[in-house]
Design a protein around this ligand. Structure first.
Ligand code: NAD
Ligand code: ZN
Ligand code: ZN
Length: 345
């Protein structure tokens, strides 16, 4: 089968021919329904050798959903044809964190040359995906895998970044999302569904701001005007939560400029910027944290929200052959929601 793969560091990915894998004991082979194209894939193609200790080549695609094709020996509770969403981060499955469902923070991560399918191991940009264990699969009831794929990363990562700050987000509070692309649009919806906060979307693209408004943002402002507008809206106090989905020097500065005393400034974007943290640099008792993905129980909560119709993915379906063009459009900011490759049509 044709698999869209990272062949060399600092190169665009390319198609290579690989065998359809045979599931071994405990493993599950999926027929891929949808594989979301994440901005992190662009970072992967840009980073130098040595940035990550992944071995090349591997198939890209870490935001995956599909149907069970075949189960390996010992797998119970799954039948061929079952629709499932794949938890994208694959830890050791045995350490304390993994047992709590936080495979994204596996304690043995340093000993593994991969983080998951599409991140050092073969991912979903191919007709079939081998998943190492059924513990990584969340059943989909009533959602099409092609529409559901972005729940595995765009929605889960946003959900986790917001959920940890829920006690700050009661009525009268303000939450800001900087960068309302694939992740940020889900973040706006999660804030709307879960909190009493006034939701402010910030972007450099007027079209993305329009989409954020449609998704339930109370205010949508261009980045240049954002600090002033958030200060104005909050009577100078700032926002309880600022989630930076871009993470460049510039957006981190914006985030620090609109965060509030006792607030949270949460960095999700891998833009490579740094924020000087010091006594007069961020508001008093404002916590600064990075977050990475979310847990499997949180993924189940995200699926429940989507099944209840309280969040929805905005998906542009892309045939696998056109995936290189879709990545080019993602880089140019020309994908409206999430592009999702459909290797099986
Ligand atoms: P995307 O390209 O779909 O969206 C990015 C958005 O940011 C776009 O709407 C763009 O217009 C906007 N933007 C760009 N520069 C901006 C600026 N200076 N100010 C305001 N807005 C700006 O990307 P995505 O797939 O949503 O990913 C967003 C980031 O999150 C990427 O860096 C990605 O690697 C990262 N990411 C992190 C995690 C994690 O676990 N921490 C998981 C997935 C993705
Ligand atoms: Zn991602
Ligand atoms: Zn572990």
């Amino acid at each position: 089968m044709k698999a869209y793969s990272l062949m060399q560091w600092r190169q665009p990915a390319a198609f290579r021919e690989v065998e359809v894998p045979e599931p071994g004991p405990g493993e599950v082979l999926l027929k891929v329904g949808g594989a979301g194209l994440c901005h992190s894939d662009l970072h992967l193609m840009d980073w130098e050798a040595g940035t990550l200790d992944y071995r090349l080549p591997f198939t890209l695609g870490h935001e995956n959903a599909g149907w069970v094709e075949k189960t390996g020996a010992g797998v119970t509770g799954l039948r061929a044809g079952d629709p499932v969403l794949v938890a994208g981060h694959w830890g050791c499955g045995r350490c304390h964190r993994c047992r709590q469902g936080m495979e994204n923070y596996c304690e043995r991560q340093g000993q593994m040359p991969y983080a998951g399918g599409g991140l050092g191991r073969d991912g979903g940009l191919a007709p079939y995906l081998l998943v190492p264990s059924s513990r990584l699969l969340v059943p989909l009831e009533g959602l099409d895998p092609r529409q559901a794929a972005p729940l595995a990363d765009a929605a889960l990562t946003s959900y986790h970044a917001i959920k940890r700050s829920l006690p700050l987000l009661g009525a009268g509070s303000t939450a800001v999302i900087i960068g309302v692309g694939g992740l940020g649009q889900m973040g706006v919806q999660v804030l709307h569904a879960l909190t009493g906060a006034r939701v402010v979307a910030v972007d450099t693209s007027p079209r993305k701001l329009e989409i954020a408004r449609r998704d339930g943002a109370d205010e949508a402002v261009l980045a240049d005007a954002a600090v002033e507008r958030v200060r104005e809206l909050t009577h100078g106090r700032g926002a309880e939560l600022v989630v930076d989905m871009v993470g460049t020097e510039g957006t981190l500065q914006l985030a620090a400029g609109m965060a509030r005393t006792l607030g949270h400034l949460t960095v999700v974007g891998l833009g490579g910027g740094t924020l000087p943290v010091g006594f007069f640099r961020v508001p008093y008792e404002c916590s600064v944290a990075t977050t990475y993905w979310g847990s499997i129980p949180e993924l189940m909560e995200v699926v429940a929200l989507a099944e209840a119709g309280r969040i929805r993915t905005q998906v542009e379906l892309v045939p696998l052959e056109h995936v290189a063009d879709a990545y080019r459009r993602l880089r140019a900011g020309a994908i409206e929601g999430r592009a999702v490759a459909t290797p099986n049509g």
